[in-house]
Design a protein around this ligand. Structure first.
Ligand code: F6P
Length: 375
């Protein structure tokens, strides 16, 4: 009997459009090898810990290319800290046991920052892992693009387009809050594509007075409405200083107690920051005497049909992933590089964040068309 190479696959972290295209790409490319088969596990690392499986045969792979979300389900569960029956447990051993029980040849983990850290931990326990970068935030290190970003960019841009006409009619400031976690890619991209007058991103701390001045300048020139594209992680100069101080306290904490306090301080700061966009609207109303409204785009950005760009990217990365597994290349993420792909060590990706460089060409272009970054 022929020895079968069995490949496990999971999707982990926040979902994003294009995940099913990636699952299909891995599945179809693997099944084109006579000696490969694929077992999918449900709900990210939880499915591995609890051995929750889904058969990925030809039938399961049919018709999913255009479908949003992930047919496997996903979760933010971490192998080493998983809630099981109301208790936090280290499930790493259980995951290793599942991998061995099914005699997996390799495991494909499709995910973002958290998934890469978790994959690293499992690699250290001897698992053969290949990852694919996905997140609408586009913040995974060493890849040009991540699966999901292009679709979210389209959705956020369309939202800004629509906000323009109502802002114009009512002579208002409309602030569109855009996802992206700690990176500004989505707000920057959609802000440029949608022609936002102000773009605020985490990488450039803003001065609210300068934002107001940019809006007043527009009013003085006859445009008494403005669109502000604000990344959910954008911070004012004052908030950025507070966060930096809290983060440095956390880094310097050298006892268990000090670490706990520093972590709690940071969490409290994050919680306070959660309503930041609404606060910004109030501040801008006071400073400009224009009415301001907020539109939080939220999860709409992650939902629905993947764009052609994301389907293409997912298929390119997924098929390369199977080629690498076939060649016994493990411990790598399949990165997008121009029209091509490149395997990069997961060790070099895990724990790193790809943020927007302040001299990035997109920022240069935005400034040249008169966009304010509030600095
Ligand atoms: O990472 C994708 C993302 O949508 C971020 O933009 C956002 O901050 C976060 O996930 C929301 O996470 P959750 O789905 O856990 O609420």
């Amino acid at each position: 009997m022929k020895h079968m190479r069995r490949i496990g696959i999971i999707t982990a972290g926040g979902d994003s459009p294009g995940l099913n295209a990636a699952i299909r790409g891995v599945g179809k490319a693997a099944l084109s090898h006579e000696d490969m088969e694929v077992i999918a596990f449900r709900d990210g690392f939880r499915g591995l810990a609890q051995d929750l499986r889904l058969r990925l045969d030809k039938k399961a792979l049919a018709g999913i290319l255009t479908v949003g979300g992930t047919i496997l389900g996903t979760s933010r569960d971490k192998p080493h800290r998983m809630e099981i029956n109301g208790q936090r447990r280290d499930m790493t051993d259980a995951i290793v046991a599942t991998y061995k029980r099914h005699k997996l040849h390799a495991l494909v983990c499709i995910g973002g920052g958290g998934t890469h850290k978790n994959s690293m931990r499992l690699m250290e326990r001897g698992l053969n892992i290949v990852t694919l970068p996905k997140t609408i935030d586009n913040d995974v290190a060493l890849t040009d693009a991540t699966i999901g970003f292009d679709t979210a960019l389209g959705i956020a841009t369309e939202a800004i387009d629509r906000l323009h006409s109502t802002a114009h009619s009512h002579h208002r400031i409309i602030i569109a809050e855009i996802m992206g976690h700690r990176a500004g890619w989505l707000a920057l991209g959609a802000g440029i594509a949608g022609g936002a007058d102000v773009i605020l991103i985490p990488e450039i701390a803003y001065d609210v007075k300068k934002v107001a001045a940019a809006i007043r300048r527009r009013s003085n020139l006859g445009s008494n409405f403005s669109i502000v594209a604000v990344a959910e992680g954008a911070r004012s100069v004052e908030d950025a200083a507070e966060f930096a101080a809290a983060e440095s306290r956390k880094k310097r904490a050298n006892s268990g107690d000090a670490k706990k306090h520093a972590k709690a301080d940071l969490a409290a700061l994050e919680a306070r920051h959660a309503g930041n966009t609404l606060r910004l609207a109030k501040q801008l109303e006071e400073l400009t005497h224009l009415e301001a409204r907020v539109s939080i785009l939220g999860y709409v950005q992650r939902g629905g049909t993947p764009s052609a760009g994301d389907r293409l990217l997912a298929t390119r990365l997924a098929t390369k992933c199977v080629e690498l597994i076939d060649e016994n290349v493990f411990g790598v993420m399949v990165a997008a590089r121009g029209d091509s792909t490149k395997p990069v060590p997961i060790a070099e990706v895990a724990g790193k964040l790809k943020t927007v460089q302040t001299d990035h060409p997109w920022i240069e272009s935005a400034r040249r068309v008169g966009t304010s970054f509030g600095n």
